[in-house]
Ligand binder design. Structure first.
Ligand SMILES: C[S@@+](CC[C@H](N)C(=O)[O-])C[C@H]1O[C@@H](n2cnc3c(N)ncnc32)[C@H](O)[C@@H]1O
Length: 249
């Protein structure tokens, strides 16, 4: 299923995330040992560094990266957009006071506005945001160049686009074999036990296998017109943060 394209991929992905929405946060914390919060804060920090004004997180899911943006100095308001009302409702609920104090404990204080919308046709004029981010969602896009081009379009000149994504591991060493074993064998079992959905968590490692190597994704950032492009691998080389700047002219 990870090799689906176009509308078939979008339908498959939407159905999958609607099924697992209620267990999505718990599964992220279990699979990454809680590290995804740190990675999201890092991504938000890279996206927002030295910028002021509104920030956008596309395919925001339950909004963790959007909350990390809201906690950055100079950033506000922060907005999260997702295709699924189920995810948006869960993100909204993190704005209530009880959950806000939990977010503060994770170092991601702030309020986020949420909107149902398609990352491939963002409902915003050009040059609207200081920065735009995407977390663990590019792999799921039926048209990756279009998603990146939309992020670049809505960011102001001088603004930044930053993404956090699982990245195919290079080489065939012990580390790579161990992570393949973990992703392909253990994660589906956790998905079955915790989310009651082995299929969804079998798609996850397969979608990483089909995804671009980090260098190729950096090249795509340049192809959509971004400059000063770079990336850094985190999580023992399993995830990559990419960034690029929209030119002033
Ligand atoms: C793996 S989750 C990532 C959620 C969140 N960004 C995070 O870092 O945890 C992928 C999200 O992409 C959303 N999505 C998939 N296709 C989309 C599209 N075309 N437009 C907006 N959201 C989309 C799904 O609904 C889902 O919430």
């Amino acid at each position: 299923m990870a090799n689906l394209q176009g509308d078939a991929k979008q339908l498959y992905v939407a159905d999958l995330f609607a099924r697992i929405a209620g267990r999505y946060d718990l599964m992220n914390s279990l699979m990454t040992g809680g590290m995804h919060h740190r990675w999201k804060r890092r991504t938000a920090g890279i996206a927002a560094a030295g910028l002021t004004g509104p920030a956008l997180d596309i395919a925001t899911g339950t909004g963790d990266l959007a909350f990390a943006l809201a906690g950055q100095p100079g950033i506000g308001p922060a907005l999260g957009v997702d295709l699924l009302p189920e995810m948006i409702a869960l993100g909204q609920s993190k704005n209530d006071s009880k959950n806000r104090s939990k977010n503060r404990a994770k170092g991601t204080a702030g309020v986020v506005s949420f909107l149902v919308g398609d990352a491939l046709a963002l409902p915003f004029p050009d040059n609207s945001f200081a920065c735009a981010t995407a977390g663990f969602s590019l792999r799921n896009m039926p048209d990756l160049p279009q998603a990146l081009a939309e992020m670049a379009r809505v960011v102001r000149p001088g603004g930044r686009v930053a993404t956090l994504e699982l990245t195919p591991m290079e080489g065939r060493g012990v580390k790579s074999s161990l992570f393949r074993l973990y992703f392909h064998r253990i994660v589906p079992l956790i998905g079955q036990a915790v989310a009651g959905d082995r299929t969804a968590y079998t798609y996850l490692p397969q979608s990483v296998d089909y995804f671009l190597q980090a260098d190729r994704l950096a090249a795509l950032f340049r192809e959509v017109g971004l400059s000063d492009v770079g990336y850094r691998k985190l999580g023992f080389g399993t995830v990559a943060v990419h960034w690029g700047r929209k030119g002033d002219g």
